[in-house]
Each structure stands twice: as C-alpha cells, then as structure tokens.
Ligand binder design. Structure first.
Ligand code: NAX
Length: 326
C-alpha cells in the first residue's frame, strides 16, 4: 500500500458531495492501492449534515480510508492537502443577477485560495466544480501566488462526457470507441463541444453526422444539458458531476489513455490564440501527473467563431471580478 494522500472536498454535505465522497473513498479516483485521508469543508449551518455523511463513510468500512475529518475553516480542511475539490459554492438566488453571483462566489474562492496558499501541499492539484467554475478557479489561483498556477483547474469533463454520450447515441457506437473530442472554453452555455478531430471506431466523426445535426442538435443539447437535467429531475446534475470530477482528477494524476485526450479547463498559455491566464477548457493529454495542451489542431472558421465567443464570455466574467483580484 502507498502512503495516504490528503483529499479535501468543499461542499461536502451537498448533492455532489454525497456522490463524490463515496467514490473517492472506494478508490475510483486515485486507484485501489492509494489510501486517502478525507478532509471535508462545509459552512457552519451544514456541520450537522456533514457529521451524518461522515457516519455513513464510517459505516462503509472502506479499506482505503486512512482518516476522516470535517471543519468549517478552510485553513483546517486544506492543511497539507494533496488534492482539493472545490464543490461548495453559492447558488444563484431569486432576483440575483449574474454579476451578484460572480461577486458572492469571488468572496468564497478568494478566501479559499488564500487558505490553500498558506497551508496546502506545494504540489496540490485543485479542481473547481462549483459555479461559475472557470472564474472561481481563476480567483483561487490569483489568491494563491505561492502555488504553481498549473495547479488550478476547472471542470468541463461533465460536458466532455455528455458530448461523448450524444455522439455515441447518434452514431450507434459506444463511448469507448470515440476519441479526440474536445470541449473548448467556459463551463456554461457558450462552451463549444467540437467533433472536428473526433474519430468514432476509427472513422472521422464529421463523415458520420451531418452539419445540421451538429448545429441544431448536438451543440445545443450538450450546452443545455444541465438545464434539461434540472427540468427532468427537479435538481441539478449530481452523480454525473461527481463522476466527471473523479474522471478529471484520475486522468490528471494517473494519465490519459494512449493517444486520446480529455477536456480540462486550465490556465491558458496563449495556445490557439486564447487570452493568456484565462481558465479555458482545452484538449489535454496527461502523463506523469502533468497535463499538456494538445498542439497543432487545425481550427476552421466555424470552430474559431465558437471558441472566441466562449473566450469573450470568460473575459467578461474576469472583468466583472477584476476589482477583487489581487
Ligand atoms: P448543493 O447546494 O447541493 O451543495 C453545495 C454545498 O456547498 C452545500 O452543502 C453548501 O452548504 C456548501 N457550501 C456553500 N458555500 C460553501 C463554502 N464557502 N465552503 C464550503 N462549503 C460551502 O449543490 P451541488 O448540487 O452539490 O452543486 C455544487 C456546485 O456544483 C454548484 O455551484 C453547481 O452549480 C456546480 N455544478 C458544476 C458542474 C460542472 O460541471 N462544473 C455541474 C454540476 C453542478 O451544477
């Protein structure tokens, strides 16, 4: 058995937390030979609920759980953390404008960024799931100047997985037969799920589906999937979001498969002309615990227009919280 690693999860008493913690504890995220110490963060009113989640984790008698603790203070929950999953966020309340939501979350994620800067492992891997995920990751990164900017990522893996499922259904194939699909940009309705380079069972995806389906069905379905789940279920995606968070952290840590790639929102280094520093979703391959943006993909006019639109939205989000960025 390996030495235990510390995994901090915020929003631990929420819906996603309730799916996520049990998957981490069972080894789905870091492997069946990797013990974990779970460090849960919640707000004070949710501390009773989090105790209940901890009782259930105890009751699972997971062989890989080497420790379990909860706190309402980020400095305690993030202490020496090797992995931090930022799931807790302020939901949009009635009458709340987008700008109000950005500001409310900026306050949470700046405080959490400062806390991880002070106490987390220097090699921490951070994933922002709570919305607006990309900009929340940006705020945390700005508030953690002593940590590597590459440590900060946001989740577009759920969008990536949703796109895989839509394309598999349409082409009568299985998700495991699809490679090289990309979600570009923001985890929002402007994201661009791109099949230009995708292959389905070895054949170019663009030859298996037509442009009308792409524009009128595939892209809007993936972009609006979160809203469709809320309409059907009465609550936002939770188990699928937790599963995507597991996929994101597992692939980052243990590597992507063969020549395939996944989508991760990471700090832009200017690749594909995207504004440097934005947390933007790119196609990445992961090896030895590091991700690299897949380079050299040809970008046609259709793609460029959509990549720019989602970039523009991220610039606007960044500008709306600029006064809060150190
Ligand atoms: P819930 O409202 O069920 O749970 C959120 C939990 O976070 C609550 O228990 C709350 O007490 C806690 N919390 C709030 N502020 C906190 C803070 N400052 N520190 C620690 N905990 C705090 O929401 P849930 O359905 O679990 O969703 C969590 C977040 O994920 C939301 O922001 C949601 O919008 C976002 N999502 C992101 C997705 C993605 O693909 N990136 C998809 C799913 C989901 O919509």
């Amino acid at each position: 058995m390996k030495t235990p690693v510390r995994v901090a999860v915020t929003g631990a008493a929420g819906q996603i937390g309730y799916s996520l913690l049990f998957r981490i504890a069972s080894g789905d995220m870091l492997g069946s030979d990797q013990p974990v110490i779970l460090q849960l963060l919640e707000v004070p009113p949710a501390m009773d609920a989090v105790q209940g989640v901890m009782m259930e984790l105890d009751d699972c008698a997971f062989p890989l759980v080497a420790g379990l603790q909860a706190s309402d203070k980020p400095e305690e929950a993030f202490k020496d953390a090797d992995y931090i999953l930022l799931v807790g966020a302020k939901p949009r309340g009635p009458g709340m404008e987008r700008k109000d939501l950005l500001e409310a979350n900026a306050a949470i994620f700046s405080g959490q960024g400062q806390a991880m800067n002070a106490v987390a492992s220097r090699d921490v891997r951070v994933l922002a799931v709570g919305n607006p995920a990309n900009t929340n990751a940006l705020i945390a990164r700005h508030n953690a100047p002593d940590l590597d900017p590459r440590s900060f990522t946001a989740m577009t893996r759920l969008d990536h997985n949703r796109a895989l499922a839509q394309l598999a259904n349409r082409t009568g194939s299985h998700v495991t037969g699809i490679e090289r699909l990309t979600v570009w940009g923001n985890h929002s309705a402007t994201q661009y799920p791109d099949i230009t380079h995708a292959v389905v069972d070895g054949k170019a995806a663009t030859e298996l589906v037509d442009q009308d389906w792409l524009e009128e069905s595939f892209i809007p379905t993936v972009q609006q999937r979160g809203a469709a789940i809320i309409k059907a279920r009465g609550q936002s995606s939770a188990a699928s979001a937790a599963s995507a968070a597991i996929d994101h952290m597992r692939d980052w840590t243990l590597g992507t498969t063969g020549d395939d790639w996944v989508s991760m929102a990471i700090s832009s280094d200017g690749s594909y002309g995207i504004t440097e520093g934005l947390i933007y979703s790119f196609p990445v391959r992961c090896v030895d615990g590091r991700y690299e943006i897949v380079q050299g993909l040809e970008i046609n006019d259709f793609s460029r227009e959509r990549m720019s639109a989602t970039e523009q939205e991220l610039v606007e989000e960044r500008d709306a919280v600029k006064h809060l960025l150190p």
